[in-house]
Design a protein around this ligand. Sequence first.
Ligand code: SF4
Length: 300
Amino acid sequence: MPHTYLTANVYCRRLFGHKVYKLALSASTDCPNRDGTVGVGGCVFCSTGGSGDFAASSAFSVSRQINDAKRILGAKGEGLPYIAYFQSYTGTYGDLARLEQIYTEAVEHPDIVGLSIATRPDCLGKDELAMLGRLAKKKPLWVELGLQTSNKDTAAYINRCYPLSVYEKAMTDLKALNVHRITHIILGLPNENRADMLATVKYVGQFTDGIKLQLLHVLEGTALADSYRQGEFQTLEPAEYYELVADALELLPENVVIHRLTGDGAKRDLIAPKWSGDKKRVLADLNRMLRAREIQPATE
Ligand code: SF4
C-alpha cells in the first residue's frame, strides 16, 4: 500500500502560493543549558554555533543579515519570498524586549513572508508566549523545539535537561497561538536501538505539526566527539538510516510536515559518519529506497 508524506516544499506552496527559501539569521541569544541556568555544557551533540552553524553574523542588523543571506543564496532565491529563520541557540531566552524588536524587524521586512524561531520548550513561559502570539498575528510563525528523543535515559545521556512533560505543555500552549510547531528528533543517538527511535517518532507524531529528522552527527568540539573517540558508540550506516527514515515516514500521520530528512551540520567539523557529508548522494540513495518502498511525497 503506497504511503504519502507532506514535504515542507509542498506545504509552503500551499501556504504561501510560492516556493520559499529560508534565510538563516541570528538573534545573538544564549542557551540556559549552556550558561548554567538549567545545565552546563549544553546538549552533548551541540556545536559551538548552538546548532545553527549556517546563520548570518549576529554582529549586524536584521536587515543587513537578510541582505547578506540573500546574496549567499544567489540566483536560485532571487525574487522569491523568504522565511526568516533564527535557528542558533535558544530563540526565546534572554532580553525579550530586544528579541521582540529583532523578530519584528524581520517579520515586517517586505521580502519576509514568515518567521521561524528555534527554542527550548522550557523557555516558553507566559511572557515568551505573549511575544510569540504578537508575532504570529503579523505573519505565519513556526516554532521549532529540539526534543531529540522521547527516551528518558537517552535524554539524560545527551544532557537535554528538561522532561517530556515540559515538551507536552509547550506543544499545547503553542497550539493555542496558532503556531506551526516543528519538533527536531535525532536518529542514531548512543544506546538507542531501532525500537527506541521509532518510539520517539510515534510519540512526536501525536503532538507535532512538522518534524525534522536528523541523522546523529558527531562534530568536532562537542562532548559527543570525546565519547565517540573513546569508542562508546558507533554512528549509523547509510542503509540503517534510510530504513529508519522510511519506517518513520510510515509511522507519522500524513498531515505532519516533513521539514528535513537528513542532517545539517557544518562539513568542516564532521567527524562521523563521513558518508553523510555527501548530501547529494545521501538524498539520491534515500529517495531511491523510499520509492522502492512506495513511500512518496504528496503533490501540490
Ligand atoms: S538546547 Fe539547543 S542550543 Fe542549547 S545546548 Fe541544546 S542543542 Fe545547543
